[in-house]
Design a protein around this ligand. Structure first.
Ligand SMILES: Cc1cc2nc3c(=O)[nH]c(=O)nc-3n(C[C@H](O)[C@H](O)[C@H](O)COP(=O)(O)OP(=O)(O)OC[C@H]3O[C@@H](n4cnc5c(N)ncnc54)[C@H](O)[C@@H]3O)c2cc1C
Length: 207
């Protein structure tokens, strides 16, 4: 009999978890509270270990087709723009930089149709010796396994571990954005108490 799982959250983490379950023959329902699927936010990079995970998920080729190799963190600059160090691509492994929505779409495309439900906010979760149940939009769904991929302010974590401390602000802030600039080389400019990072991403843009 096919084993059943519920994944709470349809971000990159939830879709990757569902795809991993699919690859080992499980059936999963992904419950996403947003009314539309997609990734907000800007870019992200993936290092070789993450790329190996994408290979295991069977989507490395698709990911590479929407990712741009970058050596940004090896191209270190001073605030005046001068280089402290330039990456030697032959000596270092490139990261792949993405628009987050592109990587999210790659994972979504690889999932069986109908696995992801939107407008599906999980509000309760409980379990007995044989299964686990979630409450979602006035209905209850039952499975052998629930994976909480509902983000840094996870509802599932709060429900199951009410005493666990919430995320703590460590005093670091990031502003992210996408600019329409083709061929901007990736680099990291180091300043006092902060840095400015540029990764080229697909379709003539930079993150
Ligand atoms: C500034 C910054 C830069 C980063 N850069 C990188 C990078 O370069 N490379 C990298 O690998 N990582 C990076 N990260 C980390 C990465 O962004 C996160 O680890 C990743 O996005 C987490 O994905 P997720 O799917 O687990 O959670 P999320 O993206 O938060 O998705 C959670 C999903 O769950 C849904 N949800 C929440 N509650 C419920 C509920 N009760 N019921 C149903 N659905 C629910 C939400 O709507 C959302 O869609 C960065 C993070 C930050 C803050």
């Amino acid at each position: 009999m096919t084993r059943q799982a519920i994944v709470v959250g349809g971000g990159i983490g939830g879709l990757a978890a569902a795809l991993a379950l699919h690859r080992i023959g499980w059936q999963a329902t992904v419950l996403e509270r947003a009314s539309e699927l997609g990734e907000i936010g800007a870019g992200m990079s993936q290092s070789p270990n993450a790329l190996r995970a994408l290979t295991e998920l069977g989507v490395e080729e698709q990911a590479r087709s929407v990712g741009v190799p970058t050596h940004a963190s090896g191209n270190l600059r001073r605030p005046d723009g001068r280089y402290l160090q330039r990456a030697r691509p032959a000596d270092t492994t490139a990261l792949l930089a993405f628009h987050r929505a592109d990587l999210h779409q790659v994972l979504l495309n690889a999932l069986p149709t109908g696995w992801v439900r939107t407008d599906a906010e999980v509000t309760a979760v409980w379990q007995d010796d044989s299964s686990v149940t979630v409450a979602c939009g006035g209905t209850e769904l039952n499975a052998e396994l629930v994976i909480a991929a509902d983000g840094i302010r996870s509802t599932v974590r709060r429900l199951l571990w009410p005493d666990a401390p919430p995320p703590r602000f460590l005093g670091r802030t990031a502003w992210l954005g996408i600019a329409e600039v083709a061929d901007l080389p990736g680099s990291m400019t180091l300043g006092p108490g902060g840095y400015f990072l540029i990764h080229p991403i697909a379709r003539g843009r930079a993150y």
